[in-house]
Design a protein around this ligand. Structure first.
Ligand code: ADP
Ligand code: MG
Length: 226
């Protein structure tokens, strides 16, 4: 059984996010550059110029939106935090992924006990969407996905268990590393963002995985005061 407790240092997180931003923003910037170069073409009609300028502005807006998305994670102090029920939020996320699970004949088991934490709902949903999606993708030939939540002392414990391909020790070690992906069309950003969000909500992530047996992620958050 491979096991690892994920605790990424803050500096590392910041540099990971910087890497993501530059990667994601490169596409719109390339488009902007292309259209500005086109604007240098002699004898362009005013109509054409206006169109090129609008495209460039739209792409700049897109780049700005991407930067805002990533920098929201980098500034946890500015995030809206509220009391949230993890069972209800997990149910919502699972609901979104039911069609994807059905395509691979995956059985979903929910063992959700009511539990409250304090955090940002969007982060919570994004985080668990990324993690549960990976579990489903780890079972292309079917299997069982078990999602549980429970209160234990002052903590809320969430587990995401799959009976999928599992991970080697090296892969467990690289979990959360930006651009690390074993998938043909993977981004390698999902776990990085999830880990960052768990940290933002004062949580901890523990990974247990065995090749060809499956993976269990255990995420622990401080329980919200009653
Ligand atoms: P992506 O899903 O785009 O590959 P992620 O950051 O979401 O990027 O995941 C990174 C890598 O971590 C995956 O490519 C996979 O190798 C591994 N991984 C994550 N979750 C699981 C899981 N439940 N089972 C097996 N491997 C996993
Ligand atoms: Mg993923």
């Amino acid at each position: 059984m491979r096991s690892k407790l994920v605790k990424v240092e803050k500096m590392e997180v910041v540099s990971q996010l910087a890497a993501s931003i530059s990667h994601e923003v490169r596409n719109p910037l390339t488009v902007v550059k292309g259209f500005i170069q086109l604007l240098k073409t002699p004898s362009l009609s005013q109509d054409t110029k206006d169109r090129y300028i609008q495209i460039a502005l739209d792409e700049i807006n897109r780049a700005e939106a991407i930067i805002n998305d990533y920098l929201t994670f980098a500034k946890p102090a500015s995030n809206k935090v509220e009391r949230l029920m993890v069972d209800a939020q997990l149910r919502k996320v699972v609901q979104m992924l039911v069609p994807m699970a059905h395509m691979s004949s995956i059985e979903i088991v929910e063992e959700l006990q009511p539990a409250a934490i304090v955090g940002n709902i969007q982060y919570f949903q994004q985080c668990f969407l990324n993690l549960i999606k990976n579990s489903i993708e780890a079972m292309p030939n079917g299997g069982t996905l078990t999602i549980s939540s429970r209160v234990h002392g002052n903590h809320v414990i969430i587990t995401i268990k799959d009976t999928g391909v599992g991970m080697t020790t090296e892969q467990v070690g690289r979990f959360g590393e930006p651009y690390f992906s074993t998938k043909e069309k993977g981004t390698g950003l999902g776990t990085m963002i999830a880990v960052k969000m768990i940290q933002t909500m004062q949580g901890a992530l523990h990974i247990q995985s065995e090749v060809n047996k499956g993976t269990t992620l255990t995420i622990t958050f401080p329980k919200a005061a009653n």
